[in-house]
Design a protein around this ligand. Structure first.
Ligand code: SF4
Length: 453
């Protein structure tokens, strides 16, 4: 629940004519604070107690947590809405692969390699898994530390979850990994919480909290917070799919709608512990992905599981307020020469990749002019005036394409045959050709056109 400026006003020092924070009144400062336009520290007249109270009120309803470090660090939490269409989801869940110290070395190395290398290019994005969940199943400190070291050496900086039954094992894993790598320690439970507070407080690494049920999880997070451990990730212990989905929804709702701080943290989930069948595991992972999981741990990385899951994730975590767009410029495909034809379309990512892939498939050298239409598709950009004969001509001239090819043939999308006359008027000397209505038509259209160029 977003804090209201009027709630903050009540806490302000109200010093007449002060303005030391840069705002004309305490009221104006409070209003800015509530919308994120000012820092609490700008008012030096707040007592420590009130400052802490304001910081608590301003804290995001779901705490942001970072696992790992550097370019591959995984950021989860810090979400603001129940439903994507209300705004957007900000941090996509990390997809993890379980690697156990009881697996043989070859199997461990195969999984680490898959975490590093298995990837898919989709609409210009690279889709892959994000986190190694390193498990001490043997309970043997030496084996666990050796596996953690192996992941560090082979994993190319991939973030880690260290998973063990005892705090001492977790500390051994942390030492093997290095505290600076910020692994997530899994898990603090009712059984080990006092030992965890004694040994982990002050280490500044994120920790997961596991209990049977949300009530018990809340008790643990309150206790940890009081002890100064605040970077928490929740596991409510549910291992049946609909109970797990129900818990994820409850946690999100409690944090966002009721402002219930003990559940205001991201979550970790384990489809790998809910079924032994890879297809069922995919279904469970997909259900949890659509319902707020922060980390999704799989038993293995298979292409037929990871690909659909990462595409689903991309679809859900793409900002619906921002159309997916590519850079507006001239793309040279199949090494075009000074006789190659020119095609033009919009910078909606799906349009670009469909058209570019089809051109590439024909092996016909061509220039593809991608006009900035703010990511709108062909017909939408035409209907909003962003793609017309006039705007296309202006952009074509700006690209300098006239200096690259002498062919003077420009192909427009078949859906926009209506702009042909206008473009011809704007570009004397060019032959405007109406291309296919669908990108799939390029495979037969372009070779025929090339024969005439
Ligand atoms: S510095 Fe503090 S007391 Fe002074 S005007 Fe700003 S909010 Fe009010």
């Amino acid at each position: 629940m977003a804090v209201k400026g009027t709630d903050l006003v009540k806490l302000m020092p109200k010093r007449q004519g002060c303005k030391d924070c840069g705002f004309p009144t305490c009221f104006a400062f409070a209003m800015k604070l509530a919308t994120g336009g000012a820092e609490v520290s700008a008012c030096v007249y707040l007592s420590e107690e009130v400052r802490a109270q304001i910081e608590e009120l301003l804290a995001p309803p779901i705490r942001p947590i970072t696992i790992g470090q550097g370019a591959k660090a995984l950021a989860i939490g810090d979400e603001e809405v129940m439903y994507r269409h209300e705004k957007t989801f900000f941090h996509q869940p990390g997809i993890g692969c379980l690697i156990s110290d009881t697996e043989d070395a070859k199997e461990q190395e195969r999984k680490i390699k898959a975490l590093k290398e298995m990837q898919f290019i989709w609409i210009g994005r690279t889709l892959k898994a994000d986190v190694a969940v390193v498990q001490s199943a043997s309970g043997d400190q030496g084996k666990f530390s050796a596996l953690v070291k192996k992941v560090v050496e082979m994993g190319d900086g991939i973030p880690m979850v260290l998973m063990a039954d005892t705090i001492d094992l977790l500390l051994a894993g942390l030492e093997a990994c290095g505290k600076d790598k910020r692994p997530l320690l899994y898990a603090i439970t009712e059984r080990n919480i006092d030992e965890a507070i004694n040994k982990l407080a002050g280490l500044d690494v994120p920790v997961a909290v596991k209990a049977d049920g949300l009530e018990k999880v809340s008790v643990l997070t309150e206790k940890l917070k009081e002890a100064g451990l605040q970077d928490l990730v929740l596991d409510p212990g549910s291992r049946k799919v609909w109970e797990a989905v129900r818990d994820q929804i409850f946690i999100r709702r409690a944090a966002l709608k009721q402002g219930f701080k003990p559940l205001g943290y991201p979550t970790i989930t384990f489809p790998c512990q809910m079924t032994g069948d890879p297809r069922e595991e995919l279904a469970v992972a997909a259900a949890l992905l659509t319902r707020y999981a922060g980390i999704i741990c799989l038993s293995d990385l298979r292409e037929d599981v990871l690909f659909p899951l990462t595409v689903l994730r991309l679809n859900i975590y793409t900002d619906p307020r921002v159309p997916m767009a590519v850079e507006a410029k001239v793309y040279e495909i199949n090494q075009p020469t000074d006789t190659s034809p020119v095609l033009i379309t919009t910078n909606f990512a799906l349009t670009y990749f469909s058209v570019a892939n089809e051109i590439e498939g024909t092996r016909v050298p061509a220039y593809l002019v991608i006009q900035d239409t703010e990511g709108l598709s062909v017909l939408t950009s035409w209907s909003t005036g962003k793609f017309s004969g006039e705007t296309a001509a202006l952009f074509i001239k700006k690209t300098g394409i006239e200096g690259k090819t002498k062919s003077r043939k420009i192909v427009i999308p078949g859906l926009l045959a209506r702009i042909k006359g206008e473009l011809e008027d704007e570009m004397p000397g060019w032959e405007v050709i109406v291309g296919p209505r669908e990108a799939s038509g390029i495979s037969s259209f372009l070779p025929e056109l090339a024969g005439k160029c």
